[in-house]
Design a protein around this ligand. Structure first.
Ligand code: SF4
Ligand code: SF4
Length: 363
């Protein structure tokens, strides 16, 4: 199995402000090219693209290619579960939405302290094992956004889990909050294979400071900046798959060019990534991955990740004004906290919005 997976989380859109306005012609072409080049792994989730990613995957992949020609991963949205009946209801809905008949990989989505408690209370681990016995799930895992200590606790309590999906990238490798390295080492200690999410950190590692870019280009002029991030993750020996949320054909062509015959980074290449990390850390103020988990339930309709991107880019006020004209302003935050409950990066969003407002709304 080649180590690059196609994530259906940041698909090409006709209208960048409308997450369900899929550019179907482009998506169909990307899926076909991905398969033609020998890649087989696709990843979706109940909540991606405002709940429409699974249906888009059915149209682009399941209805157009033999079921045995691809591997499909989907996820149980633990954060949406309220009562026991929700678990089988959503699982059945996912089978219908994708039309996939079974899931090759099925994950409890986004386990952290809160969602793990939900998964235990509603017996989600037992439920997925039952689906495995029925042949509706082939491999059982979970995606994870918390400390290595909690990961150790879960894997000790649930040895039946076969793999874990972790946020691993060279920027977060030794980050105290994300704990990429510690989480990876914990998974390895428990004998689990690892699937990597956010290898490019929501695009952060595609647009790096000029000095950092120059260092990478001097080492390998023909390879793109994001290739370093994908290859860094894929080099880890227990990583079985690196997911990339490809947003256009150019990204897919680039990713598949170097992952078709993947060559791991050597020690010098990995050390160079650490040097680049230090340069980025010096400049990056808000570590948002633009996943949009925070925005769906925001009562003030605030464009949280867009504002954070502007802030990081040190963009001009007129760009902020353009976005604020069609969304809530940063200063209109009600401090309800629902966004912070859903942020997998555990960012202090309310306080960060105050910084955005101070920068862009002061006269
Ligand atoms: S805390 Fe502010 S930004 Fe977050 S959901 Fe509430 S209103 Fe929206
Ligand atoms: S603030 Fe958090 S939840 Fe919102 S887009 Fe950024 S990383 Fe995702």
């Amino acid at each position: 199995m080649k180590k690059l997976g196609f994530g259906f989380m940041r698909l090409p859109l006709l209208d960048g402000k409308e997450p369900t306005s899929f550019d179907k012609a482009q998506i169909f072409g990307m899926v076909d090219a991905f398969l033609e080049r020998g890649f087989t792994y696709f990843d979706t989730a109940y909540m991606y693209h405002s709940g429409k990613s699974e249906e888009m995957l059915r149209e682009a992949l399941v209805e157009r290619h033999p079921r045995e020609s691809f591997l499909l991963a989907d996820k149980l949205p633990t954060m949406f579960l309220k009562k026991p009946e929700d678990v089988p209801r959503i699982f059945a809905e996912q089978l219908t939405r994708t039309g996939a008949k079974y899931f090759d990989f099925y994950l409890l989505h986004c386990l952290d302290t809160e969602n793990y408690a939900i998964a235990e209370r509603l017996k989600c681990f037992d439920f997925v094992l039952e689906q495995k016995k029925k042949g509706l799930v082939r491999h059982f895992g979970f995606s994870f956004h918390d400390s290595a200590a909690l990961l150790d606790e879960i894997l000790t309590a649930h040895p039946e889990v076969e793999f874990v999906q972790l946020q691993i990238n060279y920027l977060d490798w030794d980050n105290e909050r994300v704990q990429s390295r510690l989480c990876y080492e914990t998974a390895v200690k428990h004998g689990k294979k690892v699937i990597v999410m956010e290898p490019v950190k929501g695009g952060t590692l595609a647009n790096i400071p000029p000095l950092a870019e120059q260092m990478l280009k001097e080492r390998e002029p023909s390879l793109s900046v994001p290739s370093w991030a994908i290859r860094f993750a894929a080099t880890l020996p227990e990583v079985m798959m690196v997911l990339s949320g490809m947003s256009n054909r150019a990204q897919l062509d680039d990713n598949t060019s170097y992952m078709r015959d993947f060559q791991p980074l050597d020690d010098e290449g990995r050390a160079l990534c650490m040097q680049v990390r230090d340069i980025i850390n010096h400049e990056l103020e808000i570590a948002c991955t633009a996943c949009h988990y925070c925005t769906d339930g925001c009562p003030a309709g605030i464009a949280i990740p867009e504002y954070f991107a502007l802030y990081n880019q040190k963009a001009e006020k007129d760009k902020y004004d353009d976005i604020a004209a069609e969304n809530g302003k940063a200063s209109e935050c009600l401090s309800c906290g629902q966004c912070e409950d859903h942020c997998p990066q555990h960012l202090p969003i309310i306080g960060l919005l105050q910084r955005v407002a101070a920068k862009y709304e002061a006269e």
